[in-house]
Write a protein that binds this ligand. Sequence first.
Ligand code: C5P
Length: 406
Amino acid sequence: MLEGKRLLLIISGGIAAYKCLDLIRRLRERGVHVRCALTRAGESFVTPLSLATVSGEKVFRDLFSLTDESEIGHIRLAREPDLVLVAPATANILAKMAAGIADDLATAVLLATDRPVMAAPAMNGRMWEHPATQANVARLAGRGVHLIGPEEGEMAEADEWGTGRMTEPADILAVIETFFAGAGRLHGRRAIVTSGPTYEAIDPVRYIANRSSGKQGHAIAGALARLGAETTLVSGPTHLPDPVGVRVVNVEEARDMLSACKTALPADVAVLAAAVADWRVAKPAKHKIKKDAAAGAPVLKLIENPDILASLSTATAGRPALVVGFAAETGTVVERAKRKRLAKGCDWIVANDVSSGVFGAETNTVHLVTAAGVEDWPPMTKSAVAQRLADRIADALEGVPATPTS
Ligand code: C5P
């Protein structure tokens, strides 16, 4: 399964760096070509010579090395591997990754890569728990960086216990194996995902919208792309970075979202996670509506927006084999979702209870409602929900002929 894969291992400066030698040995036993990039701090914990010996490859260290650049170049180094793994990932390198700082070879490669990235954090427990590190990690996860660990246990400092130990090489290897086993399951498939809110103009300045950060939809697009699907994300306005490997079409209004979805057809699967505004203003004003004490507050006439989910679900030509809707509900969440599935004609509904604090949060508790019944998923991060949903989609499409593209 791992035979012939190419992995770039970025080693930053943590005491756990010595474990890399064991990890490299295990990877090579499975036929993986491992190339190492070592940060200057990393050199204090593991020598370039030991890494070169164990990996059987030259070790990359210097961004401005003329020989390295003429032999391979940091852009090729970033683009050639099937996977980039940062292990150990210190608080410092995670912060640089989150901020997009590229001040050495390792961070330049991380900024330049379009390959999947995993990171195995390793640091003192207090550094891990610091809000700055937690914010950086959340940002990276939202961007599709796959985090492995850290684990709880004894710290390098005597008598300290906490969360911050790097995951053991054997367990990191298991994550990599699972990743490659899953990769490619949606190869040759096309996916459409909607995400974020829509903005419906009242006038050139004001709009009607729903609360939505777009985190869940963006994570789903990223997860489908990681499984190999050619993914189009049709997104309303969000503050999120584009997920790696996804084609993004930015829209504002529901009608534009619908036409962008139709343009992106044919597709094998559509996951409609956008919080589309149900209504729009019948006649948006061409100029900013002025406050006029005499006339009083303006009265807005609203008309219904197209229902993108229902429209794709009931399309007679070009309906995706699998159409998945979302239902943000309060109260009897599952019952409402069941009714919504039938009313809209979609195959699955991912129902979530939004009674408290889902919008913009990192975690979500959802129920998957299908024709076969209801699955209650445990509370998970939005990226874990996305990963699990993408896996379920791959299961469901197994054996279903791929949609012809012309
Ligand atoms: O009817 P409701 O808005 O609760 O349905 C939610 C589901 O329908 C979501 O999947 C949402 O993306 C989709 N939807 C849509 N177009 C609309 C309204 C909702 O695609 N106009």
